[in-house]
Design a protein around this ligand. Structure first.
Ligand code: ADP
Length: 349
């Protein structure tokens, strides 16, 4: 019996030694968030010390730090990128997993290398786009100066060159917009008056459609939004422009703004080509297109929905897409109540 107990103890030590030497930080927590055990990497990554911190409440160690707020909220969703408590140059990914009876395991991984690579990628895209902007503007300017009537033989070529240089300019502008959104931590928190914005969006839809679609606007929410007017206009406008571009002539497009149980929702519904289910989860990836020829033919850059997604993320809002091939699509931006404002008192509504 005694040798069995000794063997079990040895095995337990083995497991602990192995866990202690992992490069990831491990912290075992009791039902009240107290520290039952942590490994050596937890000292480096999470500024803990064993056995000094035995039974200390983990969240209280990180008061005022993003990690502390996350622990207070229960840590249900993983924290994708947070600065290490003792070293702001180190990036951590932190996950919490339940185990046993009401116990939890916190795992923190050093992702500084990945974060640096991500930064290099962002800077590269931003720099390339920026460098391309001026030469493209010059080329486009000269092409605009050339009059096809002076060289009738080249007229079709000139038209194509102008269209392509305009497309390149649009791609560069969209890439720069995406870079700016990626670097932005917070957007302006201003009152975005929805009623005039919705009227503008409908006008823009009509200008794009040129009478080819039936366009309706329903403003049932009578609420404003808190956020960046410029960026929300760009995101909402992208959805309207997609609806026009991916709906054949004679189709209908409905722009709606209404209250929901948790907040409010802006949506654009069309009776267009629709999107087969297998593409839906990838639509917001950069340059992802269901049909390249249809997108290019309609003047698309493949970046519109990425911009929409980024703008919504910065507003803590969600993009919901429902679509059926051959029937049509609804793209909805869902805002929670903290973003929805009562209209101002002098508002006639
Ligand atoms: P693009 O500039 O190509 O329109 P987006 O990022 O705006 O790029 O959209 C990505 C792809 O999603 C489009 O190429 C198109 O295939 C599809 N898509 C977007 N909106 C709609 C829509 N309302 N109806 C059908 N397909 C759509």
């Amino acid at each position: 019996m005694e040798w069995r107990a000794r063997r079990l103890l040895e095995e337990l030590h083995d497991v602990r030694d192995a866990a202690a030497s992992l490069p990831d930080a491990l912290v075992l927590l009791d039902a009240h968030g107290g520290i039952r055990w942590c490994n050596r990497s937890a000292e480096r990554l999470l500024a803990l010390a064993w056995p000094r911190d035995r039974d200390a409440v983990l969240a209280s160690r990180y008061a005022g730090h993003k990690l502390g707020d996350w622990l207070d909220r229960g840590g249900a969703e993983p924290l994708d990128d947070v600065h290490a408590p003792a070293d702001a140059t180190m990036h951590l990914q932190v996950t919490m997993m339940p185990y046993g009876h009401d116990q939890r395991l916190l795992l923190a991984r050093d992702i500084s290398r990945l974060a640096r690579l991500e930064q290099v990628r962002r800077d590269f895209v931003a720099n390339v786009s920026h460098e391309l902007r001026t030469p493209l503007t010059v080329i486009h300017g000269y092409l605009e100066l050339l009059d096809p009537e002076d060289v009738p033989a080249l007229a079709p070529v000139l038209g194509e060159m102008r269209a392509q240089s305009q497309r390149m300019r649009q791609i560069v502008e969209d890439l720069l917009a995406l870079s700016r959104l990626e670097m932005e931590r917070h957007l302006p928190e201003e009152r975005v008056q929805m009623q005039p914005l919705l009227v503008t969006l409908r006008r823009e839809a009509e200008a794009l459609s040129q009478g080819r679609h039936r366009i309706t606007l329903e403003d049932e929410a009578h609420r404003d939004l808190l956020g960046s007017a410029k960026d929300l206009h760009s995101a909402f406008g992208n959805l309207v422009s997609n609806a026009v571009r991916y709906t054949p002539d004679g189709g209908a497009i409905a722009i709606r703004w209404r209250r929901t149980r948790g907040g409010a929702e802006y949506s654009v519904t069309d009776t267009g080509y629709g999107i087969p289910a297998e593409h839906l989860s990838r639509l917001t990836e950069r340059f992802y297109r269901v049909s390249s020829s249809r997108s290019r033919g309609s003047g698309g850059t493949g970046l519109g929905l990425s911009i929409v997604k980024h703008v919504l993320n910065l507003h803590h809002a969600e993009l919901r897409i429902e679509s059926e091939a051959g029937i049509g699509s609804t793209f909805a931006c869902v805002f929670d109540h903290s973003r929805v404002l009562e209209p101002e008192s002098d508002d006639p509504r």
